[in-house]
Design a protein around this ligand. Structure first.
Ligand code: ATP
Length: 234
């Protein structure tokens, strides 16, 4: 198992947001965490990374307990996060942003190779490598945010809401590329756009009010009455 989360609980101050989540991401697979606004999807990713400190539960990466490792250590161990809102360095070029992603020792040694890898996944970034990140289109910026996280050479990539604010055609292209990542790593994808997420997922969990209320393969979930009504608009 690439990533196993057991009984994860978390929150902010006195506000409990996650109530004992248990789920897993297999090797070379794409798993989605779906759910409405405020369900706790982002909090789940931040708690896995350790940016938000979990209140309880366990995070295992490749069978190793990494729960209490600080975020930079988790990056070294093979977890990488593409945050909501992309968080690029707008005044830096595309390539400078990418190199910022290769900051661990292991990643620095492989930075040249990694650049080639991400440029082959996203040829557009190669064409634009000297352009300032802040002047790129929304779709290009999302590609760059993913590519920057890949520069850390993760085993498990966590992606928060990549479709946010993008046109349907751009989303389709982006998800096509995300789906190719499974040959190299595992992906935990947080999405509100349930239909597109299910298309590329091997398995998915539905999070509501900080609890997993449903799980299954995309075809199982697409047949579920609650999913149809609440998330697919059928
Ligand atoms: P969205 O898609 O809107 O980002 P989400 O499922 O990712 O939703 P979270 O962002 O994880 O949800 O938020 C879950 C709950 O935690 C919400 O009630 C939110 O108001 C609260 N919350 C999030 N961040 C903080 C914070 N830094 N301090 C206090 N409460 C927070």
């Amino acid at each position: 198992m690439a990533l196993r989360i057991t009984q994860l609980s978390s929150g902010y101050g006195k506000l409990q947001v996650l109530f004992g989540l248990t789920f897993e991401v297999g090797n070379n697979s794409i798993v989605s965490l779906l759910g409405p606004n405020g369900a706790g999807k982002t909090t789940t990713l931040l708690s896995i990374m350790g940016v938000v400190k979990p209140w309880g539960g366990k995070v295992e990466l490749g069978g190793v307990d990494v729960t209490s490792a600080p975020p930079y250590k988790k990056v070294e161990l093979g977890l990488s996060l593409v945050p909501e809102g992309r968080r690029l360095f707008p005044e830096m070029t595309v390539e400078e942003n990418l190199l910022m992603g290769a900051y661990t020792k292991r990643a620095r040694e492989k930075a040249r190779d990694s650049l080639e890898f991400v440029y082959s996944l996203f040829p557009r970034l190669k064409e634009r490598r000297r352009q300032k990140a802040g002047t790129m289109s929304g779709g290009e910026q999302q590609m760059l945010a993913i590519a920057r996280a890949l520069m850390a050479r993760p085993r498990v990539l966590l992606i928060d809401e990549p479709s946010a604010g993008l046109a349907p055609k751009v989303v389709a292209d982006l998800f096509q590329t995300i789906s190719q990542l499974r040959s190299e790593m595992s992906v935990l994808l947080v999405e509100q756009n349930v239909a597109v997420a299910l298309e590329i997922s091997d398995y998915a969990y539905v999070l509501e009010n900080g609890r997993i209320v449903l799980q299954g393969t995309p075809s199982e979930l697409a047949e579920n009455q609650h999913v149809k009504r609440a998330y697919l608009g059928v």
